[in-house]
Write a protein that binds this ligand. Sequence first.
Ligand SMILES: Cc1ncc(C[n+]2csc(CCOP(=O)(O)OP(=O)(O)O)c2C)c(N)n1
Ligand SMILES: [Mg+2]
Length: 322
Amino acid sequence: MKEIPYQDLYSQTYYILKKIRMVEERIAFEYPNNQIRCPTHLSIGQEGVPAALYTLFNNDDFAVSTHRGHAHYLSKGGNLKRMIAEIYGKKTGCAGGKGGSMHLIDKKKGFMGTSAIVGNSIPIGVGLGLALKLQNKKNVSCVFIGDGAIEEGVFYESLNFAVLKKLPVIFICENNLYSVYSPLNVRQPKGRSIHSLANAIGAKTVNGNGNDVLGAREILEKIIIEIKEGISSTWFVEFDTYRWREHCGYQFDNNIGYRSEEEFQSWKLKDPIELFKKEVDGKVDFKLIDELILQEINEAFESAKSDPFPDPIQAFESVYSK
Ligand SMILES: Cc1ncc(C[n+]2csc(CCOP(=O)(O)OP(=O)(O)O)c2C)c(N)n1
Ligand SMILES: [Mg+2]
């Protein structure tokens, strides 16, 4: 999991934070070339929470995620080459080239899948939590969701079950204020916060700044330790953040009217990478790490482009059961 020569917390965190950004910027750069043919949702601007988790996760913890899952896959140690190959629809992809950007999985790393259906991975993450509990394992199952998933019935059933059975599940809600083009205020009642709703169902809850990597890490570390020591079980953590680019695709879309340029600029000032760099200035070799990441990315894109497409017969084979 630790691909750079520095093992310290700040270097490791910078590595993953910058890697997520650089990988997605390369995807955005390559997308117009029409070799990537799947719908692709970028997390640029939202790297803070996944980066915070990178040094907290261990291989036996589980995670599941959504349509916007690249960052979570990478933070769980998912293989970059296989992710890029998947996005290019290649046989060497992590889902055999049949799923694309929204169907990432790396079972060896405990990253148990993402789904294009909003809310779909929630019961899977809770089921993984149930498995951990039944096997008496001291691990956690993290369910990454967006604010839009709170409007799905399955969220309530799953959270209720997790709380009732005291499962080691952490719901991590990255609240970026939007579900596609709809802001929160047209979807959920004014004045009712998402974490307070989860709290009413019985989860322990906290609200944090998703762009403050070290702050988010502190919150999550405490929770993971508590769960592993059996002090508490189901948690719901709401992190405030903001996506910079369009909902689906590589472009900026502030001009189409659903959100303002001013709002976007105010969040750009809260860039998780810039904030982190200021905090750890002088303690991390940014330049060397950037070079190593670029090398990794170049290799991943080169092999993804030259790898073969799946054989037609593979259309009928399950990739998830392997
Ligand atoms: C059940 C379902 N309803 C609607 C959609 C269409 N859809 C795809 S992504 C999305 C937005 C989800 O918003 P959120 O959960 O906040 O995640 P974000 O895109 O902001 O990361 C919607 C409505 C879907 N894929 N599945
Ligand atoms: Mg959202």
